[in-house]
Design a protein around this ligand. Structure first.
Ligand SMILES: Cc1cc2nc3c(=O)[nH]c(=O)nc-3n(C[C@H](O)[C@H](O)[C@H](O)COP(=O)(O)OP(=O)(O)OC[C@H]3O[C@@H](n4cnc5c(N)ncnc54)[C@H](O)[C@@H]3O)c2cc1C
Length: 311
């Protein structure tokens, strides 16, 4: 079995950016990608300098063409297991039974968004149920917006969403807001509606209101909700990476992990990473990985040289 210089697990912005840098560094790069990037449900990608408004799939298609143009190989599939074989690198098992070997591994498997269990939310996700005001706020500016409670950070989040509209309501469970929360919300004219939610009302293929369990219906044109971010970190746990108590991988500079030779980049390690940030982290990890490989190459060359076999 051929041993690749680098296996990249995940071909989103982080993985493809790393593949581009590493293949241009004349490394033997293989990317395995399951093909379900986090922003796939979104029609447009916003806030990426020079690519604002592009379809997310078009960005990735361009990235794949660039990386393969320099020799990277992209395999469609899912890595189900990673094994660290010490100094000789890693073995990866794919869902279809294929095995790959690589000297170094970069994991860029992203995260998934867990929404509160409110009827109507999931079906409108990325249309008019939104999570990231920087991704979608401009498109719904000045509309009647709602923020749904999903933990104490929802108040700060509502204050951020307020940047995009004067007509904002925070929906919160009864008894959760502190006096300080209320003062801050009222001071910035953010409406407060308390009580259990029944559903997000959808009519004619758009959100029209939020309905409460007591029958109140509050008209809204779009709803923001902070999801719970869950890293796709099963491979990292399986290979023995240190994770924190919430399941996020513990990292050092440029995405190093506690497993030598294994790096991470993008949403799998940084929930706040936008597409441009994920791409940047992939690039930084790629440069660090190449430096690490050069270090190994120097050590190997010196060993051969000392034995009388110059490389
Ligand atoms: C609805 C929505 C809209 C968004 N809009 C914007 C926006 O407008 N602008 C912006 O900057 N950001 C936006 N984002 C954030 C954006 O999605 C992330 O910043 C970006 O996707 C992170 O890139 P990544 O490469 O880390 O992960 P991803 O893009 O999620 O890529 C991870 C890849 O790894 C693959 N994978 C996972 N596990 C495995 C495995 N075991 N084996 C092989 N492959 C695997 C996945 O299938 C996927 O292709 C949005 C997010 C959402 C949810």
């Amino acid at each position: 079995m051929n041993t690749h210089d680098i296996l990249i697990v995940g071909g989103g912005a982080a993985g493809l950016s790393a593949a581009l840098v590493l293949s241009r560094a004349r490394r033997d790069v293989v990317v395995v990608d399951a093909g379900v990037p986090r922003n796939a449900p979104a029609a447009h990608l916003q806030g990426f300098l020079s690519r604002d408004g592009m379809a997310p799939s078009d960005l990735l298609e361009a990235g794949r063409a660039e990386a393969t143009g320099y020799g990277a190989v992209i395999v469609g599939g899912t890595v189900t297991e990673l094994v660290h074989c010490g100094q000789s690198g890693f073995q990866a098992l794919l869902e279809d039974g294929q095995r790959l070997r690589a000297r170094k591994v970069l994991v860029t498997t992203g995260l998934h968004d867990e929404l509160p269990d409110v009827p109507g939310l999931a079906e409108r996700w990325a249309k008019d149920v939104l999570h990231c005001p920087y991704c979608h706020g401009w498109e719904v500016r000045d509309q009647q917006l709602g923020v749904l409670w999903n933990g104490p950070d929802s108040v700060r989040y509502a204050q951020v969403v307020r940047q995009w509209t004067h007509d904002l309501v925070l929906f919160a469970p009864t008894g959760t807001l502190t006096a300080a929360d209320r003062t801050q919300l009222v001071a910035r004219a953010i409406g407060i509606v308390e009580g259990p939610l029944e559903r997000v009302v959808v009519q004619d293929d758009r959100v029209t209101a939020v309905e409460l369990a007591d029958g109140r219906i509050i008209p809204r044109q779009a709803v923001f909700v902070p999801p719970r971010f869950v890293p796709n970190a099963a491979l990292l746990a399986g290979v023995g990476c240190d994770l924190d108590e919430e399941g996020w991988v513990v990292t050092g500079a440029s995405g190093t992990t506690s497993v030598p030779g294994l790096w991470v980049a993008g949403n799998v390690t940084n929930a706040r990473a936008q597409v441009i940030t994920a791409a940047g982290e992939g690039s930084a990890a790629a440069i660090a990985i190449n430096a690490d490989l050069v270090g190994d190459d120097v050590r190997t060359a010196v060993t051969y040289f000392n034995q009388g076999f110059p490389a």
